[in-house]
Structures are given as structure tokens and as C-alpha cells.
Design a protein around this ligand. Structure first.
Ligand SMILES: CC(C)(COP(=O)(O)OP(=O)(O)OC[C@H]1O[C@@H](n2cnc3c(N)ncnc32)[C@H](O)[C@@H]1OP(=O)(O)O)[C@@H](O)C(=O)NCCC(=O)NCCS
Length: 374
């Protein structure tokens, strides 16, 4: 039996706090007209002190599970694509596994910058297709506001915070993820980077004084690279899927810059009305941008079951990729109401926190007993 990986659930979470271009002009020497004309961005959402990559990702994941109509205990794999993980380790995915009570899931982070969501969906789809697992959650979550230099007007205007998630499930019905392209070119690594904080340049007074823990970018070069690879990757992934561009209903690109998207659409001779764009309200949310745009298109009725859609993205690394998908919607068995609706999420999250606390106490007690037995 051929196995297919379908996207059967989706969810997002964005922080309430909004930072407009006018707000930004109070922080750095910029203005609304410049930002809108160069990027298309009008505002972005910024995480509050209590919010983080894991907390936003967990809420997006719970929402996605609710749409799919399956409980967290059925999830076997969690991949979090992120450029702003909670820590170097443990993985943000492990923390989300605990937050949502996905007791059977293996969890890991995937680092491919803004291309990460496409790469992660592809990895989850492959695991499903081979029969290794039946159900996965892929999350793109970012708190980039904590990594931008709020004195650098070349970068701080671009980025925003938020999270999006897809549930992927196995089915013998054709459809779902049809093909994927993943590419990297590390020779362009320095064009978009956070130089310090890893093993090459661990945190020191010097690295902090030089601002090396913030995002640094060569905007023009990234722009040039992005416009080239978006069209290329889209054509390649469609050829792999045996589809023509005319057969697709939607292209959902990484939301970095309106001008990059328009240039790519022009190169492809693809109507801009069929390109989903919402970066005006969110800015560049890196790995969260494709799910944020996708969920918006599903919820406002544009993206429907049976539609052929291309996701395409690019980012630091350099990395870029595309994916052709036949959009599915929840599998039929999910039509019965889910056991723990999303509206009870606070109660549910309290339960998972208690469960996590109980596990910590148990580990502590086991440690004492083990210590006595030694
Ligand atoms: C960052 C970006 C918007 C800059 O636009 P640009 O047209 O390339 O602008 P430049 O960097 O050439 O700067 C042009 C001028 O505007 C100024 N400028 C830069 N940022 C500014 C801002 N926020 N407000 C006002 N002026 C600004 C520059 O100082 C420069 O002034 P100068 O000519 O006096 O030196 C654009 O390069 C871009 O979007 N690149 C892609 C970035 C991206 O998508 N990164 C994420 C990838 S996942």
C-alpha cells in the first residue's frame, strides 16, 4: 500500500502586542513610508515577557491538533523549525512535547533558518511515507524580537514574532505532500548570521560589546539571492510533482519582503492574486511565516481541499526550498468532536504542567533512592 502524508490540522499563535512602523520610528531613524515602500511591512507582533518560542509553538500545536481532531497522545514526532530556539539545548521541540503532553512523541529542532518549515514538513512527510510513524506535528515558532539589534534600522524593521503548526497524518488516499526541494549554499553563510553564542564565538564581554549576538545581514545580497532562488525552486518542485504552474491555485511564499515576492511572481509569470501575502501585518516571522500565511488562507476560505499549492522559502545558511502539496483538510475520522477542544486549552495546559511537575518529583525521589542503593 502506498502511504501518503496529508496536512490534516493547522494552527497559529501570535502575540497580542503590535509594533507599528510609526512606533519603530520612535526607536530608530526610520519612517513608515520608507519601510512600507522597501518591504511592504506595516506592523509586526512582539512577544511579551511571558511568551517564548516554546509557549507560542505549544499553543499553535494544540490548535492544529484540535483542527485535526486528534489528542496529543497520538503524536509520534514533533519537529520544531526555529531560528530563535529557547536554548542551544534542550531542543524547543522537547519543551513543547512536555507542554502539550505528547507522551509518545520523539522531538527535535531543525535549523535551516527561514526555509526550516518547508524542510521540517518534508522530513515529517518522509517519516510518514516510509511507515516509520503515522502522525507528526511540525511547528515554526520564532521570538526574533529578542535577537534583533533594536539600534540597527537595517534589520529591526523586518522581523516579527509568532508561531504556526501543521499536523501531518498518514493515509492511503493520494494527495498531501507531493514533492519537495531542499537546497543549501554555505558559502553565503556570512550574509545573514548571528555570529556569536555558538561554539565558535562563545559569549564573552567582547562579543556582547560588539553586538555579535544580534542578527547581522547584508540586505542587498540576500535580496538578490532570494529573488533568484524563489522562482527556480518553484519550477523545480512542480516538475518533480508532475504539475504545471497553471495547475496550481496558490503559491504561499516565505513572507520576507513584498518586493522579493513580486519579483519572483513576475519571473514565474504567476498572477499576484494567487500569491498569499500577509507580511504587511506580521513582518518576517522566519519559520512561522509560511504556516501563518497558510492558515490565514484556509480560514478566510481561499485555500480549499483539493487545491494544489506551492510553498517556497529561503533564508540564512544560505538555504532555500519548495514543496508542492495537494491541500487536504482533516481526515474523515476527525469529524467526530475532539476529546479536548482547544477552548479548554488553559485547563489542559494546567494538567500538562502538573503532569510535568509530578515527573520531576518522581525523578527527584528516584534519585534519592538510587543514591541510597549505590
Ligand atoms: C533590508 C532591505 C529592506 C534594505 O533595502 P535596500 O533598498 O536594499 O536599502 P539599502 O540597504 O540599499 O539602503 C538604502 C538607504 O536606506 C537607508 N536605510 C536602511 N534602512 C533604513 C530604514 N529602516 N529606514 C530608513 N532608511 C534606511 C540606508 O542607510 C541607505 O542609505 P544611504 O543610501 O544614505 O546609505 C532590503 O535589502 C531587503 O529586504 N533585503 C532582503 C532582506 C531579507 O529578506 N532578509 C531575510 C531573509 S529570510
Amino acid at each position: 500500500m502506498t502511504r501518503y502524508a496529508h496536512i490534516t490540522g493547522w494552527g497559529t499563535h501570535v502575540p497580542e502586542k503590535v509594533l507599528s512602523n510609526d512606533d519603530l520610528s520612535q526607536i530608530v531613524d526610520t519612517n513608515d513610508e520608507w519601510i512600507q515602500s522597501r518591504t511592504g511591512i506595516r506592523q509586526r507582533h512582539i512577544a511579551s515577557d511571558g511568551e517564548s518560542t516554546a509557549s507560542m509553538g505549544a499553543l499553535a500545536a494544540l490548535r492544529a491538533l484540535d483542527v485535526a481532531g486528534i489528542p496529543p497522545s497520538e503524536v509520534e514526532l514533533i519537529i520544531v523549525a526555529t531560528s530563535s530556539p529557547e536554548h542551544i539545548f534542550p531542543s524547543t521541540a522537547s519543551l513543547i512535547q512536555d507542554h502539550i503532553g505528547a507522551t509518545k512523541a520523539g522531538a527535535f529542532d531543525l535549523s535551516a533558518a527561514c526555509s526550516g518549515f518547508i524542510f521540517a514538513v518534508n522530513m515529517a512527510a518522509q517519516a510518514i511515507r516510509t511507515g516509520s510513524i503515522n502522525t507528526a506535528i511540525v511547528i515554526g515558532s520564532e521570538t526574533l524580537s529578542r535577537l534583533v539589534n533594536w539600534q540597527d534600522r537595517g534589520t529591526c524593521i523586518l522581523f516579527g514574532d509568532g508561531a504556526g503548526a501543521f499536523v501531518l497524518q498518514a493515509s492511503d488516499q493520494p494527495g498531501g505532500v507531493l514533492s519537495a526541494v531542499m537546497r543549501s549554499d554555505g558559502s553565503g553563510g556570512e550574509l545573514l548570521t548571528i555570529p556569536a553564542g555558538g561554539s565558535k564565538l562563545p559569549a564573552s564581554e567582547e562579543t556582547i560589546a560588539q553586538g555579535l549576538h544580534y542578527i547581522q545581514m547584508n540586505g542587498r545580497e540576500v535580496f538578490r539571492f532570494a529573488t533568484r532562488v524563489m522562482a527556480q525552486a518553484t519550477e523545480e518542485v512542480l516538475e518533480q510533482a508532475g504539475l504545471s504552474l497553471a495547475e496550481t491555485q496558490w503559491v504561499i511564499p516565505h513572507q520576507a519582503n513584498q518586493r522579493i515576492i513580486e519579483t519572483a511572481a513576475r519571473r514565474l509569470k504567476y498572477p499576484l492574486e494567487q500569491v498569499v501575502i500577509n507580511l504587511d501585518r506580521y513582518g518576517n516571522t522566519s519559520t512561522a511565516s509560511i504556516p501563518l500565511a497558510t492558515v490565514e488562507a484556509v480560514e478566510d476560505g481561499r485555500l480549499k481541499p483539493g487545491d494544489q499549492v506551492v510553498f517556497v522559502g529561503f533564508g540564512a545558511g544560505l538555504t532555500w526550498g519548495a514543496m508542492a502539496v495537494e491541500w487536504t483538510g482533516p481526515l474523515p475520522k476527525a469529524e467526530k468532536p475532539s476529546l479536548w477542544p482547544y477552548r479548554f486549552r488553559n485547563l489542559y495546559l494546567l494538567y500538562t504542567r502538573l503532569r510535568s511537575g509530578a515527573l520531576r518529583i518522581l525523578r527527584f525521589l528516584e534519585g534519592i533512592i538510587w543514591g541510597r542503593q549505590r
